[in-house]
Design a protein around this ligand. Sequence first.
Ligand code: NAP
Length: 313
Amino acid sequence: MEKRYDLVIIGSGPAGLAAAIYAKRARLDTVVIEKEMMSGGQILNTTDVDNYPGLMGIGGFELGMKFREHADKLGAVFLEDTVSEIRLEDGGEPEKRWKLVMGEKEAYRTKTVIIASGATHRKLGIPGEEKFSGKGVSYCATCDGAFFRNKSVAVIGGGDVALEDAVYLSGLCGKVYLIHRRDELRGAKSLQELLFSKENIEVIWDTVAEEVEGEDKVSALRLKQVKTGQVWQLEVQGVFVAVGITPNSQAFEGLLETEQGYIRAGEDCAASVPGIFAAGDVRTKPLRQVVTAAADGAVAATNAERYVSRFTG
Ligand code: NAP
């Protein structure tokens, strides 16, 4: 007979893994669908997570693995698949409708769904960015920083990720330029202090990148000072783009209400269709951190359990 689940969790970052832990403790028949057999989400690319309570300074990769190990120990089941859509079965009241989570490999029939699909790097969209991607343009300092040992690199952005990347790269590279479009950084004050303490980091304010230049690999960035309009060239061998994230919600846009791409859901994580929840970075929320993603996972799984107990389909 076809397998039916209580809960399908889409994504295995901190939100999905926390949801899996809570779901297993609630004895829900659960499966976690992940795009690749690698749990942890964005923190896998984070050097140090310095604000997860009780685990000061833990490496992002290590924290991701700890979450996964915890879910594994409770018996969570993980499947590798890519979800393209969620369909609602016909008719009936909200508490009766089965959901079909459409993967590439199979369709998963379930009472409830937690979408914890996270977010991915935003692109600049300037000439040369795509051409030199992997040839000097990178979106992950911890993955690619070592290729630029003792070289000059630019980090673009002014948020937490840009500041963390610049600080990390300052330990490897000869010179790090942080290029920010305003005269004030968005990232945490503690990170700003750390950044300003590094002698080989120079912040270039009120400036945007207009083009990545080079022959077969990056040799320079064409920059524009937004207040004066002055255009100039900065010689760098590497460009690290850290200009924010885009929610991975495209697969659900027709079904669920969204706001600037984020799935609309309040603190109860309930999305606009009963029995579907959004947790972590993909949800509309004011603070996107590991700790808030994990908290969302717990809330979503607890509310999914309540929904399952009322389900009569
Ligand atoms: P973010 O906070 O949205 O910052 C993006 C930065 O890029 C901003 O400074 C923005 O400038 C700039 N920017 C955006 N589009 C640009 C463009 N086209 N050209 C030039 N600059 C552009 O994104 P993030 O740093 O990736 O962080 C994402 C989320 O993860 C945040 O909520 C952050 O707090 C969180 N995070 C948490 C931790 C942690 O828990 N330890 C670590 C890293 C990140 P403006 O400032 O002018 O808007």
